[in-house]
Design a protein around this ligand. Structure first.
Ligand code: ASP
Length: 306
């Protein structure tokens, strides 16, 4: 069998062992492992990297532990607005959605935008209308309501602060990258954004080249972290360019951008990346990042802390 690989993240930030209970740790690792197996077993059966990243991210979107889909955080208006993107490395096709409410799986909507519209990105009401037209699954407010997230929001609602969903109590954005048996790579990212974000704020996740990118010639990347910094640093495409134009290896490019450039810039977060050789990199400059990976070279891991 040709090489296959899959890596995923469930958000990066101040995630410390000292503030995690054993039960919670098991719950997160189980959810990460489940999502990993869904994507990886699809690849083993010959699924495309596109199908694998979509299925992996949908599994994480359906899990209330992560800040995406069902577990999305609240905006400063008390609403849920989700962002997602998906991209294939073989033809640079991409689809993205910003500020979507009510749709059960924003990553699936991003894929539909890529495949069934002439556009790359739709937002807000227009995106919801497109989803209705395609009869995608919608859920009501109760589905997205989570007491824990609501309390998080109430703590900072009346302030100008907005925060990464990643203190010891808070968990963020999800994403995946995959390499399939045909040698194609893909990336997908989905998020509820940042707690108490200004409504209609858009983060890096749906922006191609910032939070999500895939190109067979270089790499597939899904980011998580403080979106404003990731947008300004054009993180995913920057890494791709270092590989394409400067000949850096995947590891060198990721380490430089995440742990040098972005860190000096003040951008907290991390990413998962892989290339058509099956090299996998999971890099972050925060205390922790929920992450998991598996390759056909028998490398597997499910980790949380540094
Ligand atoms: N990058 C996301 C955003 O800024 C947040 C996260 O990764 O948790 O919307």
């Amino acid at each position: 069998m040709r090489k296959i690989a899959l890596a995923l993240h469930g958000g990066a930030g101040t995630i410390l062992k000292s503030t995690m209970t054993p039960e919670k740790e098991i719950a997160y690792k189980t959810a990460l492992d489940e999502a990993l197996n869904i994507g990886y077993s699809a690849l083993e059966k010959g699924a495309s990297s596109l199908d694998a990243v979509e299925a992996t991210v949908m599994s994480l979107e359906n899990c209330p532990l992560f800040n995406a889909g069902k577990g999305s955080v609240f905006t400063n208006a008390g609403s849920h607005e989700m962002d997602a993107a998906i991209m294939t490395g073989k033809d640079l096709m991409a689809g993205a959605v910003a500020g979507i409410s009510g749709v059960k799986n924003p990553v699936h909507l991003a894929r539909m935008i890529m495949e069934k519209s002439e556009h790359v990105m739709l937002s807000g009401v227009g995106a919801a209308e497109f989803a209705k037209l395609l009869k995608l699954d919608f859920e009501n407010e109760d589905y997205f309501f989570n007491q824990f997230r609501y309390d998080q929001f109430l703590e900072i609602r009346d302030t100008d602060k907005f925060q990464l969903d990643h203190t010891e109590k808070k968990f963020g954005t999800v994403g995946a990258v995959a390499l399939d048996q045909n040698g194609n790579i893909a990336a997908a990212t989905s998020t509820g954004g940042m707690t108490n974000k200004r409504f209609n704020r858009v983060g890096d996740s749906p922006i191609i080249g910032a939070g999500t990118y895939a190109n067979n010639n270089t790499c597939a990347i899904s980011c998580t972290g403080h979106g404003e910094f990731f947008i300004r640093a054009v993180v995913a495409y920057d890494i791709s360019c270092l590989i394409e134009y400067k000949g850096l290896s995947l590891t060198e490019a990721c380490e430089f951008v995440v742990n040098d450039k972005l860190k000096k810039f003040g951008g907290e977060g991390g990413l998962v990346a892989l290339n058509t050789n099956g090299d996998c990199v999971l890099a972050f400059n925060s205390d922790g990042m929920y992450r998991a990976w598996k390759t056909s070279e028998n490398k597997k891991g499910v980790e949380i802390y540094r």
